[in-house]
Design a binder for this molecule. Structure first.
Ligand code: UN1
Length: 498
């Protein structure tokens, strides 16, 4: 058994998980070596989990929300207790550096805290009725069984965003994680099962580890699944969205991003460089919020490009396991590198110039390690308008802010965005109604690394969904508008006489 397989086994042991023999093994992106074997679920298993989630729902929905919140509070405690163990699994399966893997678990803890508070707050307004002796109010009720489909890059946090809030809202859940992250998923599911069983509740959360899209299809097609919350590529969303909508199911889609930073002449370049390097090279460029485009004013573009290139040259790209000095771990697989190389090659035929990076690093056999790439482009071509899910940052230039904002918005995606400026007028234009068209709009902060308190998600090809903070909980509940007549008369609305 390799060091990594043993580490995975140890982590699972600490979480009380024992796996039966058989199933499939997953490779670690750290070295390409196989980790432990995990079960593979088929279509019938998926249907059985929908049956169970449906059966469990009425009793769960009847429990008062503050009591459901106590389960989420306990989940948050267990996450604190097992933070390093879960972070190990994330590093083993995704290749994240330790600080980011721990940050991902922290994000889960944060959303549990948020959801516990919500468990005493979700609710509606009352409105003045036009009819005497009448009350007009809205109530929010549990929606039903829901499906959560998550991606490899945030294998635990995105699950928790959905699950912590959905549990408080009174939904039961079937979770289909990425095929690449079954161990992290088993860890999350085990901690939630523990929190539920300690409080005497049945398991209202089901995990399905399918590997074939057809096997998971009942989650999209079964009328009993009231909401499909899916994170992944825009291509996946164009399949999932209409398919669920066809049966009038609800979707919450968090799809691709093509996030930019405008850097204006007044920007603090020290701050901009630091923000840009983390947002573009952090997580090996594999966040949906990763910075993919710089739109720099012509007066600062050369200096900014040189300074980012110098910072890139100092980044440590290596196997992050049990090391704190590594900035950039591996890409998830060879396919990600092929897409990155292809984009760099295409750029050179379109007048693009590679400034630094894009080179394969020799970190032993098996892992796919690359230098984060920085390239200038003479124009925003179709290539730049596509999302390449790798550390590849394009530099474009502009001369006036209207042009920059037009360039900024001229991409299909609309997730996250940023401007670096010290000019309040520029900041105001970017954050105003005709500025950035994204769901997340930052000033002097890169586009990645959002906190859980705000709503997370984006417009256009990003899918329109919102998760975590603000009023994102509404997606997991059903609204009822109620009129109560406590008078002895029956006046009709709009003055109708009958
Ligand atoms: C994702 O990449 O799917 O804002 C989520 C961020 C993190 C979440 C990213 N809080 O970068």
């Amino acid at each position: 058994m390799t060091e990594f397989a043993r580490a995975a086994q140890d982590a699972l042991g600490r979480l009380g998980i024992e796996l039966a023999d058989g199933g499939r093994t997953v490779p670690t992106p750290l070295t390409g070596e196989e980790l432990v074997a995990v079960p593979v679920h088929a279509r019938d298993d998926v249907v059985a989990t929908i049956d169970r989630a449906t059966d469990a729902w009425p009793a769960w929905a009847a429990i008062p929300a503050p009591e459901r919140g106590q389960v989420v509070r306990r989940l948050g405690e267990l996450l604190r207790e097992h933070k390093d163990t879960l972070a190990d699994l994330i590093t083993l399966e995704v290749g994240k550096i330790a600080s980011e893997a721990r940050g991902e678990v922290q994000e889960m803890i944060d959303v549990c805290d948020l959801a516990v508070g919500l468990s005493r707050q979700v609710g509606g307004h009352t409105f003045p009725s036009e009819r005497p002796g009448h009350q007009l109010l809205e109530s929010w009720h549990p929606l039903g069984p829901i499906a959560v489909i998550s991606a490899f890059n945030f294998p635990a946090a995105v699950w928790s965003w959905n699950v912590a809030i959905a549990l408080v809202c009174g939904d039961t859940i079937v979770w289909k994680p990425s095929e690449r992250t079954p161990l992290t998923s088993l860890g999350c599911a085990a901690l939630l099962s523990q929190a539920l069983s300690e409080a005497g509740h049945p398991n209202v959360h089901q995990l399905v580890l399918t590997t074939q899209p057809d096997d998971a299809a009942p989650l999209l097609d079964d009328d009993r699944i009231r909401l499909v919350s899916a994170t992944g590529s825009t291509r996946m969303g164009t399949e999932v969205g209409p398919r669920v909508q066809r049966r009038f199911g609800r979707t919450l889609l968090e799809l691709g991003g093509n996030n930019a930073a405008i850097v204006t002449p007044s920007a603090d370049l020290d701050l901009a460089v630091r923000g840009i390097v983390f947002a573009a090279a952090g997580t090996a460029g594999q966040r949906c919020t990763t910075l993919r485009r710089i739109i720099a004013h012509t007066s600062v573009a050369d200096e900014l490009t040189d300074r980012i290139a110098a910072a890139y040259d100092q980044l440590v790209v290596d196997n992050p396991w049990r090391r704190d000095d590594v900035h950039v771990g591996p890409l998830i697989d060879e396919g990600a590198y092929a897409a990155m190389r292809d984009a760099i090659d295409r750029a050179s035929t379109e007048g693009g110039k590679l400034v630094t990076g894009g080179d394969r690093r020799d970190v032993g056999p098996g892992g796919c390690y690359v230098g984060p790439a920085l390239a200038t482009m003479p124009a925003q071509t179709d290539l730049v308008r596509e999302e390449t899910f790798a550390p590849l940052l394009w530099v474009l230039t502009y001369s006036d802010l209207d042009e920059a904002i037009t360039l900024h918005n001229d991409v299909p995606q609309g997730l996250s965005s940023s401007i670096f400026t010290r000019d309040v007028r520029e900041a105001g234009r970017f954050t105003g109604p005709l500025g950035s068209d994204c769901g997340i709009v930052n000033v002097n902060v890169g586009p990645s690394g959002a906190e859980v308190g705000g709503a997370f998600g984006g417009e256009k090809a990003t899918g329109g969904g919102r998760e975590t903070g603000s009023d994102a909980w509404k997606a997991y509940m059903r609204r009822a508008t109620t009129t109560i007549n406590h008078s002895d008369e029956l006046p009709l609305a709009q003055g109708v006489e009958f």
